[in-house]
Design a protein around this ligand. Structure first.
Ligand SMILES: C[S@@+](CC[C@H](N)C(=O)[O-])C[C@H]1O[C@@H](n2cnc3c(N)ncnc32)[C@H](O)[C@@H]1O
Length: 342
């Protein structure tokens, strides 16, 4: 990513969500409430102009149809893949809250303009435990910690502030005043941490952050880690380093939910593509799309065959196992990794 510029691909992802949600069919494939909140956030960040009512110009059945047609030709399955990954991730977070005892932390790495935390903040994740004698509800709130590059985090902060969210940010001088919701016994909380992961290791940044008095994130606790739209922008060495860093700052039984791209198969490879050793499959215009991403400073660098993922994890992050795989839908493959119990 270019050093002082907020991520363009993150904006593109958010903008595609808005386009895709312009008709009932697209909206029904996305998590409930996502399209509306995405529009609000993009306006609040200053990334869409004019009054918010103008959003009908980009979010309507005609633009959804045209975008589907054009993108479907250039990168077939991109829109469906995007909707699939958003839905898959939300479902996996809810599953983990239910399955993993004491799992009350979500770490969203390279969050961009994603709204997962914002959609989940108002929800009640109280878990009912029924014993022979009675039903008890655990109401401990969930901490959503968003980590992102300072340039993107700054733009998102503008949006969160404009929308009136109460949260703690490393960019804030002081912790936010308590909101009515925070006066509830076990509120969910949003925290944001701005860090350039090319210059600071995730585990160093997180462990330093957790020393701060206002931070409730506990690196020993089971955590759901979201790596969405991230791994294919890293080199293989950076993917391995990231997995190893995450291992150090989350507790046993944590889960990683991630998406990844499969490489182009040898026989369909275009020999003229001057690209990384492993070329992610991006449809019929792979070469052009990869070049464009290179020009905007966010080149794609990594891809892996689904059949090789388990071995890769075993080899480089042996504390984890592949729990579930999903897809492909469009270009998107999904995986859930689970950290072994201590
Ligand atoms: C394609 S976006 C994905 C955004 C979001 N996860 C989603 O899927 O909607 C890539 C994200 O990686 C972040 N990123 C890129 N380089 C980074 C770096 N060196 N340190 C931290 N974050 C970085 C960008 O700021 C951006 O938010």
């Amino acid at each position: 990513m270019k050093e002082h510029r907020a991520s363009l691909t993150s904006f593109i992802v958010a903008f595609l969500v808005v386009l895709f949600g312009g008709n009932d069919q697209g909206r029904s494939k996305l998590p409930p409430g996502l399209v509306k909140l995405q529009i609000e956030l993009l306006y609040a960040c200053g990334l869409l102009w004019g009054p918010e009512s103008w959003s009908v110009l980009i979010c309507n059945p005609l633009t959804a149809y045209l975008a589907g047609l054009i993108l479907g030709f250039v990168v077939p399955g991109m829109m469906e893949g995007l909707a699939y990954r958003k839905t898959f991730i939300e479902r996996q977070v809810l599953l983990a809250f239910n399955d993993v005892p004491d799992c009350r932390q979500v770490l969203i790495v390279a969050a961009g303009y994603d709204t997962l935390a914002l959609r989940m903040l108002p929800r009640d994740f109280g878990r009912s435990k029924t014993t022979k004698k009675h039903t008890a509800t655990t109401q401990k709130g969930v901490i959503f910690l968003e980590v992102d590059h300072p340039a993107t985090a700054r733009v998102k902060k503008r949006g969160l502030d404009a929308l009136g969210y109460e949260y703690h940010s490393t960019e804030n001088a002081a912790p936010p005043p308590p909101s009515p919701r925070q006066n509830q016994p076990y509120p969910n909380r949003l925290e944001t941490l701005a860090v350039d992961l090319t210059t600071t290791r995730l585990c160093d940044a997180l462990l330093e952050y957790t020393q701060q008095p206002h931070s409730d994130f506990d690196p020993t606790q089971p955590t759901i880690v979201i790596l969405e739209g991230l791994l294919f922008y890293l080199t293989e060495a950076q993917v391995i380093a990231l997995l190893q860093a995450i291992t150090k700052c989350v507790g046993p039984q944590s889960r990683i939910v991630c998406d990844y791209f499969a490489p182009k198969e040898e026989e369909e490879e275009d020999q003229r593509v001057q690209s990384p050793a492993v070329i992610p499959r991006m449809g019929r215009f792979t070469r052009g799309v990869l070049r464009l991403l290179h020009v905007i400073g966010e080149p794609m660098l990594w891809a892996i065959r689904p059949s090789e993922l388990s071995h890769f994890v075993q080899q480089h992050a042996s504390e984890w196992t592949v729990k579930e795989m999903g897809g492909p839908v469009g270009l998107e493959h999904m995986a859930v990794l689970e950290k072994k119990a201590a």
